[in-house]
Ligand binder design. Sequence first.
Ligand SMILES: Cc1cc2nc3c(=O)[nH]c(=O)nc-3n(C[C@H](O)[C@H](O)[C@H](O)COP(=O)(O)O)c2cc1C
Length: 180
Amino acid sequence: MKVVAVLGSPRAESQSSTIAREILRGAKDAGNETVVYEIGKMNVRGCEGCGYCKEHNSDCHIEDDLKKYWKDLHECGALVLSSPNYYAQVTGPMITFMDRHYCLSDAQGGQRLASGKKVVGVFSQGSSDANAYMPQYRWYLKTFTDHGFTLAGTIVHAGEEPAAHGSREMQEAYKLGKSL
Ligand SMILES: Cc1cc2nc3c(=O)[nH]c(=O)nc-3n(C[C@H](O)[C@H](O)[C@H](O)COP(=O)(O)O)c2cc1C
């Protein structure tokens, strides 16, 4: 099975990316193929609200760096989404990316993706209260569950301490990846 990750942090030393990559390590050890997209290095335009996808029952027609992603998305069994918290929400580029999934439902409201795909959310925040932004994280993931994904797990890295090698959250991440 293919596991696709979209990493939302622009930082090289990112906590959310570190945890997401640990999930991928687990997924790989379980025999899966992994594909990584780093949103900060990509040209991803906003949804144009043009209706092309509904008219043609197709993936988004915009010619940008999501072109290859749509193919991976259709082929994958699981999607791992990670983001830092910027001003109480995932980052702007991750919301721009999310908006583009409008093409996943057809004009009748039916789902265009095959069923049975899983989604995992990884969020990193400065606040040490892991529940402080849970409504925002749930809202973000709802776009994906509304398009037929099953939520397989949510990991919140709370506080500015780095995600330490061998820590409980890294073990949880690895285990989650193995179970996808
Ligand atoms: C522009 C900006 C806004 C931020 N806003 C918040 C915030 O509202 N709440 C919070 O808890 N942390 C906030 N932070 C802290 C980051 O969420 C935190 O450092 C996070 O661990 C970074 O994730 P990363 O290591 O994956 O890049 C903010 C950081 C930046 C740069």
